[in-house]
Design a protein around this ligand. Structure first.
Ligand SMILES: *Cc1c(COP(=O)(O)O)cnc(C)c1O
Length: 357
């Protein structure tokens, strides 16, 4: 096998790898600290559903029952929903369906890396519009970049990973109306926003160029089950479905998803506690001298400090893994910390205070 046999676009790509995790407290990937199996009423249903799964048969290509449940959760019809193997697959499908060599896409920056990586793998060019110093979005610059570049796709992450920043519906409306073609609005963390009005799901019918991406990995705590979805007009769903593999969502994931959605009130009952812990941790961290934190509408907090390297090591020393960013990136002096229990948050804040007071 030879590297040169690869398509030119991906010859410099590296496979995604993560170092083996050896510490007990893992708060680097915005995972939930609770699982469906921890909820006694849900656990019994889950065990029953999984025991009844027919693994000798192919799954339903569109996960019909789960699609209905997700549609109802979103206040939409089943035809408005396409399910897949995590939000990541949804990004890949959009990329494959629409992008070709020479196309331009627009992202704001910093944001989720998968948008630009996916686009570049198709030979498209990513144009990044920097967020402001305080990590708020620069809507004016974004509108200007749209006008200048005629992009095939505009990617908006709301609330944003990794900054936590939230766009208002009014600003999003301006951007989506200005976009000449597709907008992918990633609402992976929307359930954690205090202001649920910021979601564009209720407005979906007003935007024919819009895909909204959501996932069960974050607020539903199902990162391991790989369940993501798009919400869009039935015509838009039909377009991306053309590149979907027939059986993209396996029978186990479909079963887990059905149980989670049937118990959605119980599963999502954890969200207010996360919001409360986020407020508490933000307040705690913003009282530390050499640390800057940014408002967050998600289940994580971005922290900036000239001592970020020392803080990262001190946390590791306490058995806590947070997310750090590569040298040379705009986030080189930043850490991203997933909000979890009061106990862990206290340990995190105390450790940071010792280093950076
Ligand atoms: C986690 C995440 C997703 C989707 O993740 P999956 O686990 O693949 O569903 C999408 N967008 C952002 C910004 C995320 O952080």
């Amino acid at each position: 096998m030879k590297n040169e046999w690869l398509r030119k676009e991906i010859q410099n790509f590296e496979p995604y790898r993560v170092a083996p995790i050896t510490v007990p407290i893992v708060i680097n990937a915005n995972e939930s600290f609770q699982s469906l199996w921890d909820l006694p009423e849900v656990k019994a249903d889950l065990a029953q559903e999984l025991a009844a799964v027919a693994t000798n048969r192919y799954p339903l290509p569109y996960a019909d029952e789960l699609r209905e449940l997700v549609g109802a959760y979103c206040g939409k019809k089943a035809e408005n929903i396409l399910l897949g193997n995590g939000g990541d697959e949804m990004i890949s499908l959009i990329t494959q369906a629409f992008l070709e060599r020479g196309d331009k896409i627009i992202v704001h920056s910093p944001t989720f890396d998968m948008y630009a990586i996916g686009a570049e793998s198709m030979g498209a060019r990513a144009i990044a519009v920097p967020d402001r110093d305080d990590m708020t979005h620069d809507t004016e610059q974004l509108l200007q970049a749209i006008a200048e570049n005629d992009p095939k796709i505009v990617y908006l992450c709301n609330p944003n990973n990794p900054t936590g920043a939230l766009w208002s519906r009014e600003e999003l409306d301006k951007i989506i109306k200005a976009a000449p073609r597709i907008v992918l609005l990633d609402e992976a963390y929307m359930e954690f926003a205090e202001d649920q009005e910021a979601s564009l799901l209720p407005e979906l019918d007003n935007y024919l160029n819009l895909y909204i991406l959501r996932t069960l990995s974050k607020a539903f705590g199902l990162a391991g089950a790989r369940l993501g979805y798009l919400a869009a007009s039935p015509e838009a769903i039909d377009l991306v479905s053309r590149v979907k593999a027939p059986y993209n969502l396996n029978v186990f994931s479909q079963a887990v998803g059905r149980v989670a959605l049937r118990h959605k009130e119980k599963v999502l009952a954890l969200v207010p506690a996360v919001q409360q812990q986020r407020r508490a941790l933000l307040a705690e961290l913003s009282s530390i001298g050499r640390v800057r934190v940014f408002p967050s509408a998600t289940n994580f907090i971005l922290l900036q400090s000239p001592l970020s390297g020392e803080i990262y090591e001190a946390l590791l020393g306490k058995g806590i893994l947070v997310k750090k960013y590569g040298a040379g990136s705009r986030l080189a002096d930043c850490l991203r910390i997933t909000v979890t229990t009061a106990e862990v948050n206290k340990l995190v804040a105390d450790t940071i205070r010792e280093v950076a007071c």
